[in-house]
Write a new protein. Structure first.
Length: 275
């Protein structure tokens, strides 16, 4: 069935329309939250294993041979401090994307109850944002566990600085939004694996999580700065360790613009979705 409601109205949204949209978003989100809240521990722990392995292997293992001022800036005490914000970005990306994608794919391809969502009389943008918010919550649960590990290793309370948390939410929104789009378009779980292998895993290593992108040669630097995870990693690292005068403020609007663009794309897909 094709959802017939138009994505955009010729008239601007009035206050009542905005309130209705907000209520619709919360309704869609609440449906996912009722399922999610019974698995909080599982969700929080599911994305923690990979960051812990990276922390042990790179931060404590390989990192012992990397000195501040040689390969990384002297602003960090050691390589472990350097990669911890990247691990927060990495865990939030992985769970926000994977959890959202598999949730939608499960509804579409297995439980076959996705048509019920399409029949709900809400705006397509509310459908996308509601699903995206559920993915953001998943990402925050897992990255919160990594932040706790970072606090234990460093004692740096700037890992819960408002600017750090803002970037974290934006990063979750970007990849949860991408997860909604992939979940709506794939036709099998094997296709999800392809997206994971060709987008998420390469971005995990190329998204400035383990290295400073400013040290790369020109062509590689262009590639790395095309990845949204790069802006999350360098922004989180700066928020955790550098003064505000050195913070890369451009990372906030870039992530916000990407999240908005993905929301409009996802809303358009919902308006034309058929199952």
């Amino acid at each position: 069935m094709i959802y017939q409601r138009s994505l955009f109205s010729h008239k601007g949204l009035k206050t009542s329309q905005f309130q209705t949209l907000l209520a619709d978003i919360l309704t869609v989100f609440w449906g996912d939250w009722l399922e999610l809240r019974v698995r909080i521990t599982q969700v929080a722990a599911s994305g923690l294993i990979s960051p812990l392995i990276y922390i042990l292997a790179f931060g404590l293992g390989l990192g012992s041979s990397i000195r501040p001022g040689s390969g990384i800036s002297g602003s960090y005490g050691n390589y472990l401090e350097f990669i911890l914000p990247g691990m927060v970005a990495l865990s939030s990306m992985t769970i926000s994307f994977g959890g959202t994608t598999f949730s939608i794919c499960g509804d579409r391809l297995f439980t076959k109850n996705f048509e019920e969502l399409l029949l709900v009389p809400v705006h397509p943008l509310a459908l996308h944002i509601g699903k995206m918010l559920a993915g953001v919550v998943r990402g925050l649960m897992t990255s919160g566990s990594v932040i706790l590990v970072a606090l234990l290793f460093t004692g740096n309370w700037r890992f819960i600085h408002p600017l750090f948390l803002l970037l974290l939410v934006l990063n979750c929104a970007v990849f949860a939004g991408l997860g909604v789009i992939v979940g709506l378009t794939v036709r099998s779980l094997e296709a999800v694996g392809l997206y994971n292998n060709f987008i998420i895993i390469p971005m995990s290593f190329l998204g400035a999580t383990f290295f400073d992108p400013s040290t790369l040669p020109g062509i590689l630097k262009v590639v790395v700065y095309l990845l949204p995870l790069t802006y999350a990693s360098i922004g989180l690292r700066a928020a955790a360790y550098l003064p505000l005068s050195q913070f890369p403020w451009y990372s906030v609007p870039i992530l916000l613009i990407i999240a908005i663009a993905l929301s409009l794309w996802g809303a358009n897909l919902f308006s034309r979705q058929q199952d």
